[in-house]
Design a protein around this ligand. Sequence first.
Ligand code: FE2
Length: 127
Amino acid sequence: MAEKDGLYRCSICGNVISVIEAHDGEIVCCGKPMEILSEKTMDQGQEKHVPVIEKNESGIKVKVGEVPHPMEEMHFISLIQLIRPDGVVMGKRLKQGDKPEAEFCCLADTEDLKARIYCNVHGVWKN
Ligand SMILES: [Fe+2]
């Protein structure tokens, strides 16, 4: 079940979906099975994508990445997800011009949390 958790993209129309709860059924879009997007964990090149998780007074902040990722018309971060140790996934959708970061009301310690982000050009990254 866990191997199906993640983000999927349709190779025909470009729809991107996030699985909230995975079961046996096949995930299909435009009449074709959708493929899970692999999660990269190491930055390569100039742009930074690996999410950075920080604790602050109000909860948890997730930034993309160590150097803020561009938020331009054709290249931006459209989703930041925070994954709690109990499996709950919290998320924030972003658009062009937003800051590449999200705040979540969450009491967990940063070392127990994972973050996953989606760049519309470079795909999925996880810390
Ligand atoms: Fe990118």
